[in-house]
Design a protein around this ligand. Structure first.
Ligand code: NDP
Length: 332
């Protein structure tokens, strides 16, 4: 079976040399373990941070060891007491076609609630990130204006829709006309801005005549700088990600303390989704409910084949994905 190792710590943008393919035997499960066949594998922006040497909020990947991340797979052999052959599970597993895990290290998922791939997106880590970051930190009120950057991605598209459910006016920022059209026509955003073709500051002034009450920040950098200039008194900024800086070695751009934060009494709070782990079941239940009521939609960009994993990962930094980027490795 195939696996992918971290061959080199990239400086700047990762390249083909960052990844190394290897051929290894399919492992055999021991007592308490299961053998899992990888079906869908998630590529996520945070993995870029794990390719660096120092610890960010997750420990770094080790050189010449398999890269790992969110996987939905099927149990094909079980030496456990709970999981049996045919069960579908989610776990943090290596980039391999097959892997072995303790049955307590993975979680069984219910394919009757939603397609199994959704557990890596809207019903999984990105959906929960949107839910807790927006509602617990952003706290949008009815009639307020919420701006979200990275709006057409896995997290951002959920943020905008949850803000609409809560009665806010929603403005998205994304990187193509196709994405802008999707946000307005399919997801019901009130306005959307293409940061690659428009002057973001000017477009924001038009799209947010009453200013910005919540800025859900997925990207950092110049886009955030432009939004910071339009914040209302007591605005909230959930700082979720800063993808525009992940491939640069320079310092982050930050908010202007006096003119952004003090002047308008702005609350800015970084977070990681794990901060809310004790409430994941609440978040998952709410998201599944909205999904079943048709209030929440989601999109997936799925490439097929183990050899497409690096390309899918690198595409996140080019914006080739609409919604959640996944790699399909095998048929269930
Ligand atoms: P997305 O599905 O949003 O994919 C990344 C998107 O980022 C791309 O589609 C692209 O869209 C956009 N992008 C890429 N480069 C840039 C750039 N230089 N400037 C602006 N936009 C850019 O990924 P996720 O939804 O999984 O993650 C979104 C953000 O949330 C990331 O920053 C991630 O690190 C963060 N995150 C944080 C978590 C936490 O616990 N705090 C958990 C999960 C995610 P476009 O075409 O619009 O440029």
């Amino acid at each position: 079976q195939k696996q992918i190792l971290l061959a080199d710590r990239p400086s700047g943008k990762p390249t083909a040399e960052t990844f190394q393919y290897a051929e290894v035997p399919v492992p055999t499960p021991e007592e308490g373990q299961v053998l899992i066949r990888t079906l869908y594998l998630s590529v996520d922006p945070y993995m870029r941070g794990r390719m660096n040497e120092g610890k960010s909020y997750v420990a770094p990947f080790q050189l010449n060891e398999p890269i790992s991340g969110g996987v939905v797979g099927e149990v094909v052999d079980s030496k456990g007491s709970k999981l049996k052959q045919g069960d579908i599970i989610i776990g943090n597993l290596p980039w391999q076609e097959y892997s072995v895990a303790g049955e307590k290290e993975v979680r069984q998922i219910d394919p009757s609630i939603a397609p199994i791939s959704a557990y890596l997106g809207i019903l999984g880590m990105p959906g929960l990130t949107a839910y807790f970051g927006l509602l617990d930190i952003g706290k949008p009120k009815e009639g307020e204006t919420v701006v979200v950057s990275g709006a057409a991605g896995a997290v951002g598209s959920a943020v905008g829709q949850i803000a609409k459910i809560k009665g806010a006016r929603v403005v998205g920022i994304a990187g193509s006309d196709e994405k802008i059209k999707y946000l307005i026509d399919e997801l019901g955003f009130d306005a959307a801005i293409n940061y690659k073709t428009e002057d973001v500051g000017k477009a924001l002034a038009e799209a947010c005549p009453n200013g910005v009450d919540v800025y859900y920040d997925n990207v950092g950098g110049e886009i955030s700088e432009a939004v910071h200039k339009r914040l209302n008194k007591f605005a909230r900024i959930p700082v979720c990600g800063a993808i525009s800086t992940y491939n640069s070695d320079g310092a982050d751009l930050g908010p202007r303390i006096e003119t952004t934060l003090i002047k308008s009494s702005v609350l800015m709070q970084g977070f990681v989704v794990g901060d809310f782990s004790s409430r994941f079941s609440e978040g998952a239940r709410e998201l599944a409910g909205w999904l079943q009521e048709g209030k929440l939609k989601y999109e997936e960009t799925i490439v097929e084949g183990f050899e497409k994993i690096p390309q899918a990962f690198l595409g996140l930094f080019e914006g080739t994905n609409l919604g959640k980027q996944l790699v399909k490795i095998a048929e269930p």
